[in-house]
Design a protein around this ligand. Structure first.
Ligand SMILES: NC(=O)c1ccc[n+]([C@@H]2O[C@H](COP(=O)([O-])OP(=O)(O)OC[C@H]3O[C@@H](n4cnc5c(N)ncnc54)[C@H](O)[C@@H]3O)[C@@H](O)[C@H]2O)c1
Length: 271
């Protein structure tokens, strides 16, 4: 269903690797809602993923950029504005990677080079995307930036290891930059804290499958899908939410407000 919520808006969507990626669904929905946008991902992901398929489906151009490189980001904004014919109205930051998680290294034995890499890719990349955009004045007034995060920033999940601290930093950057960009240019910045979702990044976490079922049993509405998350992002890119900024918004079927559910007690055999 499309209500043309993003008609006339220009965007940049990061992080679409394959059809399971949350960013992939956001691109499909943004297209349905009348937006024009460019897709971007790390050069290495171009070889692994299917981003060109998505570009063909959504009439969009792909601009490779490593989100940890300010030089790549400058080129991305320049090229994106040329292709789209003006300043940017919305940006999706959908970038996450932890080498410690990939290598199954427990939190208390974290490798610090990997930790630094995780911070650079998954949190500082948001700061860099915003700082480069602000310096280039690449985002229109009332533009909207959304970054995806996870509730491990607030509560401990042992399997999420260093990404918990990195997501806390990401959410803090959204608040801090949201202040400065808001005051100067009315650009708004929010994080969406999404349910566990079966994507390449998600399923790369050890124990993810069991946890997915647990979260589903706790949340009164069940886990929110990638498609649901995309719909929520569209509302945040639209003018209907223009006074929402500097927020961490839970999109999780009620999981974050539920202590325990009857479904979980039943599974444990507790009456
Ligand atoms: N899957 C989940 O359970 C879940 C839950 C909450 C939040 N999130 C967040 O959603 C976001 C998207 O992840 P996803 O689950 O769709 O997985 P995904 O693996 O499909 O997407 C992650 C993307 O990050 C990109 N990336 C990695 N390094 C990069 C770099 N240096 N420059 C540019 N891009 C780079 C990857 O190429 C990939 O496209 C991440 O921030 C993730 O932490 C995921």
């Amino acid at each position: 269903m499309s209500n043309g919520l993003l008609k006339g808006k220009r965007g940049i969507i990061t992080g679409a690797l394959d059809e399971n990626s949350i960013a992939w669904k956001v691109a499909e929905k943004a297209f349905e809602h009348g937006a024009t946008f460019v897709l971007t991902n790390a050069p290495v992901a171009m070889r692994m993923g299917k981003i060109n398929e998505l570009a063909a489906k959504t009439n969009s151009v792909v601009i490779p950029a490593d989100a940890t490189s300010t030089e790549d980001l400058e080129k991305l904004y320049t090229h994106a504005q040329e292709v789209l014919g003006g300043k940017i109205d919305f940006i999706l930051h959908s970038i996450g990677m932890s080498v410690n998680i990939r290598k199954n290294i427990p939190y208390d034995e974290s490798n610090y080079d990997y930790f630094q890499k995780g911070i650079d890719v998954s949190a500082l990349s948001l700061h860099k995307m915003l700082a480069v955009a602000k310096k280039m004045d690449a985002i229109n007034e009332w533009g909207s930036v959304v970054a995806l995060t996870y509730m491990a920033a607030q509560r401990t999940y042992p399997f999420y290891t260093d990404m918990a601290d990195i997501k806390a930093m990401l959410e803090s950057i959204a608040r801090s930059f949201g202040y400065h960009y808001g005051v100067e240019k009315k650009v708004r910045i929010n994080t969406v804290s999404q349910s566990p979702t079966k994507t390449t990044a998600g399923t790369g976490i050890k124990g993810f499958g069991d946890f997915f079922d647990y979260a589903d049993a706790i949340a009164p509405l069940g886990n929110a899908s990638a498609e649901d998350c995309a719909n929520y992002c569209i509302t945040l890119f639209s003018d209907l939410t223009k006074m929402v900024t500097m927020q961490n918004l839970f999109h999780d079927g009620g999981y974050s407000s539920t202590g325990v559910s009857q479904a979980v007690l039943d599974k444990m055999g507790i009456e």
